[in-house]
Design a protein around this ligand. Sequence first.
Ligand code: UT7
Length: 332
Amino acid sequence: MSAPPTPKSRILGTGHYVPEKVVSNVDLEKIVDTSDAWITERTGIRRRHVASENEVTSDMAALAGRRALEAAGLNAADLDMIIVGTISGDSPMPACAAHVQQKIGAGDIPAFDVSAACAGFIYGLTIADQFIATGAARCVLVIGVELLSRILDWQDRTTCVLFGDGAGAAVLGPAGDDGRGILASRIFTDGSLAHALTIPGGGSAEPLTPEGIARKRNKVHMMGQEIFRVAIKNLTSASTAVLKAAGLTSGELDWVVAHQANMRIITQVSDRLSFPLEKFVINIQEYGNTSSASIPIALDEAVRDGRITEGQSVLMCALGAGISWGATLVRM
Ligand code: UT7
C-alpha cells in the first residue's frame, strides 16, 4: 500500500449562520397541497430556516465567514482570497464574494463566486487547496451560502418544501507536517443533465419578460427523480474516488458529511459505501436543503458540538445543478 498523500492545506476554523425564522412542514400545509407526513417520509425534512426581508445573501455569508475566522484565531486582514459557492447571490453582478470582502473588512484580495450549486463548497475547497498547494495563497476563506427562499416558486410543492436558507464557511491555511489537512479532492460535471435542475429565465438564453415572470421562469425548476437517481450513484463514486486517492477504506473514516438533500439519498449512499448511517452528520430535519451551505453548516455544527475532533478523517460529498458533484477527504 502506498503512503497517504501529504496534505498541502488544512482547515483552520469553521463557522456557520442560519436565519432565525423557522418554517415548519405544518406551516407549509397552509401554503401548498402538501403534508408534514409526506415531507418527513419522502425527504426527512421537518423545518427550514428562512431569511428575513431585510437580509441578503452576503449578510449571511459574512456572518459565517467571520465566525470561521474567529474559530481559526485569524482576522480578515490575514486572508489572501475569498471564494463563495452560491447560485443565489445578492444580484447577478457583481460576485457575492465582492460584497463579503467589504462586509468582513478584508483588503483588495481576489474574491469570486463559484457556480456549482449544491457542490459549490466542495468546488471552493478544491480550488482553495490548489492555490495553497502552489504557494499562490496562504489563507483562503471558503463560503457556501444560499438564500433560496427568494428564488423558489412558493406555489410549487415539488420544490418549495425542500429548500432552506443559510451559510457555512471554512478558513484554509497551509498544512503542517502532522498529516492533518485535505488528503484528496475530486470535482466533476455532466452538462448533459443541465436541464434537470435549473432557473431557466434571466440569462442570455431566456431574458426575463413579464410573461416569463408570470410563468415563474425566474424560479427553481427541478426534475426530482432524475436528480435523485444520479445523486446516489455519483455521490458514491466521488466518495470512492477520494478514498482511493487517499489510500483509505471507508472503514477507516470517522465521519461522512454528505449534502443534505434527501434522507433517502443519504441512506442509500451509506449502504453503498458500507459506512454506518450513525457516522453521517445529519441535520436535514432542521434546515432542509441549503444547497452549497449544507456541508459547511453540518461540518461546523459537528465540530462545535464535539462530534468531529482533531485528527479524525472526514469525507464530504455533494451533488447539485450542472449537474456538478464532488468529494473532499480531510484529516481534521
Ligand atoms: O440539492 C440538489 C439536488 N437535489 C436533490 O438531490 C433532490 C433529489 N430528489 C428528491 O429528493 C426527490 O425526488 C423529491 C423529494 C424531490 C421527490 O420525491 P419522490 O419520492 O421522487 O417523489 P415523486 O417526484 O416521485 O412524486 C411522488 C408523488 C407525486 O404524486 P403522484 O403523481 O404520484 O400523484 C407528486 O406529485 O408525490 C407528489 N408530491 C408531493 N405530495 C405532497 C411531490 N411533492 C409533494 C409534496 N407534498 N411536497
